[in-house]
Design a protein around this ligand. Sequence first.
Ligand code: CA
Length: 229
Amino acid sequence: MKKESLILVVEDESSIADNVLISLKSEGFRCKHVSLAQDAVDVVKSDAVSLIVLDVGLPDFTGFEACKEIRKFSRVPIIFLTARGEEIDRVVGLEIGADDYMTKPFSPRELVARVKLRLRDFEQVESTDKDSESNDEFMIDETRKTITFQGVVLELTVFEFGILKALLGQPERVFSREQLIASVRDMPEVVLARAVDNHIKTLRAKLKDIDNSDSPIKTHRGLGYSIRL
Ligand code: CA
């Protein structure tokens, strides 16, 4: 992990912000602190931010909205801080492109551990630049986290990307829902097995938009899913 990493902390409660900043700085990180969502978007545009710790409840607009805005131009890792423990919020957070989340109250030490983990993951992805796999129909671009189907880039959520990538990794293999959940980073604790069915459904719809013939993804009743060779 690079110690010169710049962490952007977006938090309007000064006591929480102070704790987070102290913990990160004590580990040698450079930090920048803002209290507004718009400021966060602006900083990501202007500075080389390595990771964002992003509060959901902000005075101007929500962290979710800020995340959506940032994802239009940056893949910088984002860890949400949320006061709401509702599963739906966590799932929404991950689906709109966050990499991790922590529910308040949280331990600053655990946050620092997650920051390090996300930075390491991100740097590994970056270092495998241009390392892409392909078969006839699909092409995975690890760096851009995109999958191309018959030459068309699919617009995928984090989960859809993870599921499709897992299936493509071993064509014809039948994956259970649980195995698909396990193959997607961070999915286990937040996603129910039946949610996989929904992700498969939306994935199929996206593939069908490109090719209206038989879906490459097969359902194996009671067992799970596979993708054709
Ligand atoms: Ca707040």
